[in-house]
Design a protein around this ligand. Structure first.
Ligand code: 5GP
Ligand code: ZN
Length: 116
């Protein structure tokens, strides 16, 4: 899927509405349209990178920033004390359905393991 057809790029550009939790010049955090936990936030870099498998060393700072931003949002959403899960699904077998790299911040309930 090209950047032009990317649903998350359209959300970032506000061509498709979303419930925005947090935004800055590098990242957008939105509510997942189909939540699987009481708190289910998607963290999207504004730069289009298709998947973790497509990320390069140029993105080290950005990906580290998103992870720390997830931790900050988890505290803001009051899920940090009990604990939460940060997930990246990569590729078909990893369960990725939208090919713009993103992280799921899941919390508000106890998680199971393994996740399949
Ligand atoms: P993936 O399966 O690629 O790891 O995650 C994609 C996520 O994006 C899914 O949890 C799905 O519910 C969510 N999603 C798909 N389309 C939209 C949309 O238009 N708006 C929002 N907010 N979430 C979406
Ligand atoms: Zn995109």
């Amino acid at each position: 899927m090209s950047k032009e057809d990317c649903i998350f790029c359209k959300i970032i550009n506000k061509e498709i509405p979303s419930k925005i939790i947090y935004e800055d010049d590098r990242v957008l955090a939105i509510e997942d349209i189909n939540p699987v936990a009481p708190v289910h936030i998607l963290l999207l870099p504004k730069e289009h990178i298709a998947s973790l498998d497509d990320a390069s060393e140029n993105s080290i700072e950005l990906l580290g920033y998103i992870q720390l931003m997830a931790a900050r949002l988890a505290r803001d959403m009051k899920i940090a004390d009990h604990g939460y899960r940060l997930v990246n699904n990569c590729g078909e077998w990893g369960g990725q359905t939208v090919f713009h790299i993103h992280y799921h911040l899941l919390g508000g309930k106890e998680m199971g393991w393994p996740p399949f």
